[in-house]
Design a protein around this ligand. Structure first.
Ligand code: KIV
Length: 278
């Protein structure tokens, strides 16, 4: 297959031509390798890694160092996908200068192609400043996990006319600030459809219905590797936890019974040489 590296311009072309694209999170080299091999167009090194990989309660404690460490592993594993680094809490909210510096770290150290950050009108000028510095930005509105306590928990956003209008206005402001795409999380499908129709740039949905230009899932949700809670919108394609548990049980049983390793898994030495060993 003749493949080339995906860029934000390619996503725009796909939207213009009415073609959908897929996005998944990845946090390490083997996952990135497989997603890239499967042809996933966009890989997000999401700050969800705080919960799925690092075992934090939520995404608030995730640091820049942790994000850069994992972004480096993902970019080593992927050749074709567009790689997006997720700006962690307080890495862009303090000042435009901090935001540009930290976004730059994702590109220079992590070798990411773009960054994502949460918020609408409130981060508009920060988005504008990062884009002006030459870094492509994906916006993220609707349910924004970094401000979960202000939103009153993990729940669908934009349920009344005023809140729905705010989502549409936020999306338009992000586009105006130069965002190359806008991610919509836990937004009623008809509102996501309106946003997708009103924006020139592509939308990516998670719990935002089928009309978005692209879809994203947290890879641990779709593989059945995270069961602390499963959002309504997460489709589980396989239950890897179950398969891994079976493999761990079988291995332990083999070791306890002494049936692993077998001859096939062992190294040998010439009988003559062995005879010389006291
Ligand atoms: O951090 C993350 O995984 C996200 C999801 C919306 C995909 O932002």
């Amino acid at each position: 297959m003749d493949r080339k590296k995906i860029t934000p311009v390619d996503l725009q072309t796909m939207k213009n031509e009415g073609k959908k694209f897929s996005m998944l999170t990845a946090y390490d080299y083997p996952m990135a390798l497989l997603e890239d091999r499967a042809g996933i167009e966009v890989i997000l090194v999401g700050d969800s890694l705080g919960m799925t990989v690092l075992g934090y309660e939520n995404t608030i404690p995730v640091t820049m160092e942790e994000m850069i460490h994992h972004t480096k592993a993902v970019t080593r594993g992927s050749k074709y996908a567009l790689i997006i680094g997720d700006m962690p809490f307080m890495s862009y909210n303090t000042s435009e200068q901090d935001a540009i510096y930290n976004a730059g770290r994702f590109m220079k150290e992590g070798k990411a192609d773009a960054i994502k950050l949460e918020g609408g009108v409130s981060v508009k000028e920060i988005v504008r400043a990062i884009v002006k510095a030459g870094i492509p930005v994906m916006g993220h509105i609707g349910l924004t996990p970094q401000t979960i306590s202000m939103l009153g928990g993990f729940k669908v956003q934009g349920k009344d006319a005023q809140a729905a209008q705010k989502i549409i206005d936020d999306a338009l402001e992000l586009e105006d600030a130069g965002a190359f795409s806008v991610l919509l999380e836990a937004v009623p499908a008809p509102i996501a459809q309106k946003v997708t129709e009103r924006l020139k740039v592509p939308t990516i949905g998670i719990g935002a219905g089928v009309h978005c230009d692209g879809q994203v899932l947290v890879v641990h949700d779709m593989l059945g590797l995270f069961d602390r809670f499963t959002p309504k919108f997460a489709k589980r394609y396989v239950n890897l936890s179950e398969q891994m548990l079976k493999a761990f049980d079988a291995y332990r049983e083999d070791v306890l019974k002494g049936v692993f390793p077998t001859d096939q898994h062992s190294f040998h030495i010439d009988e003559k040489e062995l005879g010389k060993v006291k």
